[in-house]
Ligand binder design. Structure first.
Ligand code: NAD
Length: 497
């Protein structure tokens, strides 16, 4: 059997006592790279206990010292960016450029976490009553938990534990069982940066391990990223157990194409945003809404999409890699079939895609449907593959209504040359992240990742200032001090009355 990945529990990386494991495969050829252990319940309990014990000391370390360690971590991640990207390519199949981007977007969050001293400052008001001051302290919570999806195995863990640690918490990370090698490397580099032991515990597994963490009496806050169904389960179970919970969930992101937009920009943006990263991005554009005469560009869009082909991670000509698993590929092919049965026009069909020399890979070619209407399954469900569905409307108002009626609200975009249309769109659209002539408007980490509706359950969002609020508690102090001077003042105050 292939090597079993270590876990980090109670003082260091160790082999898990688990007897059950999950094979981690190379999605380009199905070879098994490594096995991830289903961490035992005893190990989960030991991980939480070790994180709880480490919290007692870590919360006392000044924020500026915590920031200095994060600066070392940031530099170390940068040094190892390509090496991490290569590990990531092997287990996800992403192209090398995509994998480098995955790591880089995570490094940017670590960079932002280095600003923690200023982000954890409280407020002060002098003399709220005579001789009395009120001020607030921003304090960490304790043991926080992160549960992450397969599609960004570097970026999404790095959305979570660096911010939580910066705030003075400790952390238990349970990454996706489909690509756990990248998170292992991130945690190794974390400890190589000089952080004290036990701040971050790393466990592997699936539902049982997640459920143990989100119901454990000593975990305080849960960050989850993944599908809507699992997100709802984590949110309900976590909040029922009185945890603070944030769940970033699934999506169906629309791009509105106005007839006054720049056609070449539209086509190039649509191709990259729909099939890039094999469509396995929560901010991918999966619905194109053509307004009025813009629908005449659909044949050119089809031509441009047809030129993109998937391939292995080290094939420089490949536009994107394979789907993460054979099951994911089967699910996507099922949607393509359903789209045809439900009456959409399949202009480009990626079902029979093959790649030379890699007959067993999870390949799906670029797929384009037109004449898609809101009651069709391919419109309603998140397909999470390189499938773009296109529909037509007659006005901007109609396009806005369509998007506002959709239950998801992660990202959306408008392509137009009209400032008035863009302004109306940004004001009226009920989606949390909006692009204007930008297809995938993912905010940089000094903002927060602000999905809405069924794409997010919770209150405070990931990274930026909202992450600091999520990973901390505010304590408000009201203070009065007695001294002989103050007594004199008090007498004078009385005398003035
Ligand atoms: P997933 O929901 O299958 O898995 C996410 C995590 O939950 C994994 O760690 C997995 O082990 C765990 N899990 C799976 N089933 C579980 C269960 N029944 N109970 C408890 N835990 C369980 O998601 P995925 O397929 O890995 O990722 C793709 C999904 O993530 C897509 O829906 C995508 O839109 C979403 N996503 C959202 C964002 C965002 O910011 N909104 C970002 C990235 C991905």
């Amino acid at each position: 059997m292939s090597r079993v990945l270590d876990v980090y529990i109670d003082g260091g990386f160790v082999a898990s006592a688990a007897t059950a494991t999950i094979p981690v495969t190379n999605p380009a050829d199905q070879s098994v790279i490594v096995q991830a252990p289903y961490t035992t319940m005893d190990e989960i309990n030991r991980a939480v206990a070790a994180a709880k014990a480490a919290f007692r000391q870590w919360r006392l370390v000044p924020a500026s010292e915590r920031a200095r360690l994060l600066m070392v971590y940031q530099a170390r991640l940068k040094e190892h960016q390509d090496e991490i990207a290569e590990i990531l390519c092997q287990e996800t199949g992403k192209t090398f450029a995509d994998a480098q981007g995955d790591v880089w977007r995570g490094i940017e969050v670590v960079e932002q976490a280095c600003n923690i001293p200023a982000m954890m400052m409280g407020e002060t008001a002098e003399n709220v009553a005579r001789g009395i001051d009120t001020y607030s302290l921003i304090q960490p919570l304790g043991v926080c938990v992160g549960i992450t999806p397969f599609n960004f195995p570097a970026m999404i863990p790095l959305w979570m534990f660096p911010m939580a640690i910066a705030c003075g918490n400790t952390f238990v990370l349970k990454p996706s069982e489909q690509d756990p090698m990248t998170p292992n490397r991130l945690v190794e580099l974390f400890y190589e940066s000089g952080f004290p032991k036990d701040l971050v515990q790393l466990v592997h597994g699936g539902k049982e391990q997640v459920d143990a963490l989100i119901t454990h009496q000593d975990t305080k806050a849960i960050s989850f990223v993944g599908s809507v169904a699992v997100g709802q389960h984590v949110y309900r179970t976590g909040t029922d157990n009185l945890k603070r919970v944030q769940c970033m969930a699934g999506a169906k992101n629309h791009m509105i194409i106005m007839p006054d937009a720049d056609k070449n920009q539209v086509i190039s943006a649509l191709v990259g945003a729909s099939v890039g990263a094999a469509g396995q991005r929560c901010m991918a554009i999966s619905v194109a809404v053509f307004v009025g005469a813009a629908r005449e560009w659909i044949p050119e869009l089809k031509e441009a999409m047809a030129k993109v082909r998937p391939g292995a991670w080290d094939d420089n000509a490949a536009g994107y890699g394979p789907q993460i698993s054979a099951a994911a590929r089967e699910r996507i092919l099922g949607y393509i079939e359903k789209g045809k049965l439900e009456g959409a026009t399949c202009l480009l069909d990626g079902s029979d895609c093959t790649v030379d020399g890699l007959p067993d890979g999870n390949w799906v070619g670029p797929t384009l449907f037109s004449d898609v209407t809101p009651e069709m399954t391919i419109y309603k469900d998140e397909i999470f593959g390189p499938v773009l569905v296109a529909g037509n409307v007659d006005s901007l108002d109609e396009a806005i209504q369509l998007i506002n009626d959709n239950p998801y609200g992660n990202g959306t975009s408008i392509f137009t040359n009209s400032g008035g249309a863009a302004r109306k769109f940004q004001s009226e659209i009920e989606v949390g992240q909006v692009g204007i002539n930008i297809p995938i408007p993912v905010p940089l980490p000094f903002f927060s990742f602000t999905g809405w509706k069924n794409s997010f359950y919770g209150d405070q969002h990931a990274y930026g200032k909202q992450a600091v609020r999520f990973y901390t508690e505010t304590k408000t102090i009201t203070a009065r001090w007695f001294s002989s001077d103050v007594v004199a003042d008090a007498n004078m105050t009385i005398a003035l009355k």
